[in-house]
Design a protein around this ligand. Structure first.
Ligand SMILES: [Zn+2]
Ligand SMILES: [Zn+2]
Length: 226
């Protein structure tokens, strides 16, 4: 089930290959950030139901990047509703041209319908949902269009597969991955002030998340020797 983070912000921690899922309950706007693989859609539907929402009510989906463990659930959502999809330009442009290679869906034998990304995100852009403003940071390294999202005035950063708890960080061996870019992205992240981090996998960091980002940066720099 979703755990309550703050205000309209809820977080579903995955215990499987699925990504974690953040839910923003902004009245007219019902927003998911990442969607899991879709394999556990029934659990997602039940979890949303506990918050008086549902898959059919979702108006917007932001993807921290397009890997299948984050984007797969979109296929199920599209059977129930027509949410606006948001993704960084570097990956959105490929998907809008019908190139699904970055999703890794073939590698994992997952089926995805052709997708239209209407919300093409760019570095520095601020996206508004109800009272929440989300600032987009393009943090390549895990993949070229990976983003982190700062929920302004809340101290919360959604870190996708760029930064994880305990000084860990995303892998760089998938297509468009880059150790140099990951270290640079973690350096940027470590210079932003935030208290809570909601990562793409593993648990939420409830306190001292910026210190955790600094630890991830230092670990990655040592690991990749860049
Ligand atoms: Zn992931
Ligand atoms: Zn990923």
């Amino acid at each position: 089930m979703f755990e309550h983070i703050s205000g309209p912000i809820h977080f579903l921690t995955s215990r499987t290959f699925d990504s974690n899922i953040t839910f923003l309950d902004c009245g007219d706007k019902q927003v998911l950030i990442d969607t899991g693989t879709g394999v556990n859609a029934e659990h997602l539907e039940k979890s949303l139901g506990r918050l008086d929402s549902s898959m059919a009510s979702i108006t917007d989906v932001i993807l921290t990047h397009s890997h299948i463990d984050h984007i797969g659930g979109v296929a199920i959502l599209l059977e129930e509703a027509s949410p606006k999809l948001h993704l960084h330009k570097a990956e959105a442009d490929m998907i809008n041209k019908g190139d699904m290679s970055l999703t890794l869906s073939d590698t994992f034998s997952a089926r995805l319908p052709p997708l239209k990304i209407e919300g093409v995100l760019e570095e520095g852009e601020v996206v508004q949902f109800g009272d929440l403003s989300l600032r987009v940071y393009n943090t390549p390294g895990h993949s070229i269009g990976s983003i982190c999202l700062e929920i302004l005035n809340t101290g919360i950063m959604i870190t996708g597969d760029t930064m994880f708890p305990g000084g860990s960080f995303g892998r760089v061996d998938f297509p468009t991955g880059s150790p140099q870019q990951l270290v640079e992205s973690l350096r940027r992240l470590s210079e932003i002030s935030f208290e809570i981090a909601l990562p793409g996998h593993m648990n939420a960091i409830r306190h001292g998340a910026q210190r955790s980002a600094i630890a991830s940066y230092e670990m990655a720099r040592g690991w990749f020797k860049v």
